[in-house]
Ligand binder design. Structure first.
Ligand code: AFP
Length: 339
C-alpha cells in the first residue's frame, strides 16, 4: 500500500488554533531544574479554576452573583459576591490539586494552611482584581504568584515561606476576563498568552513570547487623585501631556496592565495622602505583574527601587507602583532622583 507522511496543512481551516495550554505546559516542563511535574499540575489547577470563574463572570447578571456580599475584607474594601466566589474557586482548585501547602489571598486576613504535608508550593493570589468593575461588565482579572516553600515539607508553614521576594517567584501570571478570557504567565523563560476557546473548553496559545514595546505613548493613572499626589508626579503627568501621550484608565489593574503590555505604556499608582504606602498590594498584585513585565522587556519599580527586590515584611503590604515600558518607567523614576 502507498503511504505518505503526515503534513500539516491549515489552509482550508480559515484560522489556526495554537497548541493547548496543557500541551504547552507539558512540553516546557523539562526546562525546570527540579522538574517533577508538580508545578505543571499547579498551573493546570489554576487554569481550571480560571475557566470556572470565567463562566461565573459571563453569566453573573443572570445568576444573582452581582452586588455586594455584605462584608468588608482585610483591605478595608467591601467584598463583592464574585470576589468571594472567585476566592472559593481558586482556593478549592489549589487545595484539591495537592501541590500547594499554603495560599495567601487578598480576600483573606491570614495565611490559609492547607495542611498538605507533600505540598512544595505557596501561592499568593488576588482572586478577582478590579472589583468596582464587576457589576458593570468591564474587564476584570485574577493575579497569581507561585513560590517554592523554603522550610521542609511536612513542617508547619513559617513566615519565611510566605514573605518571599518577587525574585523568588517560580511562576506568575494573570487571567484577564475581557472580551475574551486570556491566561498570561511566565516561569522565567519569557511570557506566553493563551486565549480561552469557550466552546472547546481549552486555552490555546495565542500570544507566543510576548514582548512589550520599549517605549509607548499611553499613561495610565487615576487622575482623580490629583490633589493626593506629590509634585514629582504632577510634573511627570504634565510631561506626558506635553508629549501628547494618550490617557487610558480602566480601573482594573490586570486590564490596564495587559493593554500597556501589548501597546506600550506606563501604569502608575503612586503613594497618595490617603495611602502613603501606595494602594497596590505587593504580594497579590505587584510581584506577579513585575515578573511578567521584566520577562517581556519592561520594568516595574516603586519609584526608587525594583519591585522584585522588595523584601515583604507583612502579608497585605502595599507599594507605590510604576510598571510598563522600560524607558517610560525609567523616565518617571528620574523625577524621584532628588529625593
Ligand atoms: P481589587 O479589586 O482587587 O481590590 O483591586 C483594585 C485595584 O487595586 C486595581 O485593580 C486598580 O487598578 C485599582 O485598585 C483601582 O483603584 P482606584 O479606584 O483607586 O483607581
Amino acid at each position: 500500500m502507498k503511504t505518505k507522511p503526515y503534513k500539516q496543512d491549515n489552509s482550508a481551516l480559515g484560522y489556526n488554533v495554537g497548541v493547548t495550554l496543557d500541551r504547552f505546559i507539558k512540553s516546557h516542563q523539562s526546562h525546570f531544574a527540579y522538574a517533577t511535574g508538580e508545578l505543571s499540575q499547579l498551573l493546570r489547577d489554576i487554569a481550571l479554576a480560571a475557566k470556572i470563574v470565567s463562566r461565573e463572570i459571563s453569566r453573573a447578571g443572570l445568576s444573582q452573583v452581582t452586588g455586594a456580599y455584605g462584608n468588608v475584607n482585610i483591605q478595608g474594601e467591601e467584598q463583592q459576591k464574585l470576589d468571594v466566589v472567585a476566592d472559593i474557586r481558586f482556593t478549592r482548585a489549589l487545595t484539591k490539586g495537592g501541590e500547594v501547602c499554603a495560599v495567601v489571598s487578598e480576600e483573606e486576613d491570614e495565611v490559609i494552611d492547607l495542611h498538605n504535608s507533600k505540598g512544595k508550593y505557596v501561592v499568593a493570589i488576588d482572586p478577582l482584581d478590579g472589583s468596582s468593575n464587576i457589576d458593570v461588565n468591564v474587564s476584570i482579572g485574577t493575579i497569581f504568584s507561585i513560590y517554592r516553600r523554603i522550610t521542609p515539607t511536612g513542617s508547619p508553614i513559617q513566615a519565611e515561606d510566605i514573605l518571599q521576594k518577587g525574585t523568588d517567584q517560580v511562576a506568575a501570571g494573570y487571567v484577564l476576563y475581557g472580551s475574551s478570557t486570556m491566561l498570561v504567565y511566565t516561569t522565567g523563560m519569557g511570557v506566553n498568552g493563551f486565549t480561552y476557546e469557550r466552546s472547546l473548553g481549552e486555552f490555546f496559545l495565542s500570544h507566543s513570547q510576548m514582548k512589550t514595546p520599549q517605549v509607548g505613548n499611553i499613561y495610565t493613572i487615576n487622575e482623580g487623585l490629583h490633589r493626593e499626589l506629590d509634585e514629582n508626579i504632577h510634573s511627570y503627568l504634565l510631561q506626558c501631556k506635553e508629549r501628547g501621550y494618550t490617557a487610558r484608565y480602566i480601573g482594573s489593574l490586570v486590564a490596564d496592565f495587559h493593554r500597556n503590555l501589548l501597546k506600550g505604556g506606563i501604569y502608575l499608582y503612586p503613594a497618595t495622602k490617603k495611602n502613603p504606602q501606595g494602594k497596590i498590594r505587593l504580594l497579590y498584585e505587584a510581584n506577579a505583574l513585575a515578573f511578567i513585565a521584566e520577562q517581556s522587556g519592561g520594568l516595574a519599580t516603586d519609584g526608587k527601587k525594583r519591585i522584585l527586590d522588595i523584601v515583604p515584611s507583612e502579608l497585605h503590604q502595599r507599594t507605590p507602583f510604576y510598571i510598563g515600558s522600560e524607558s517610560m518607567v525609567k523616565d518617571v523614576s528620574s523625577f524621584y532622583l532628588d529625593l
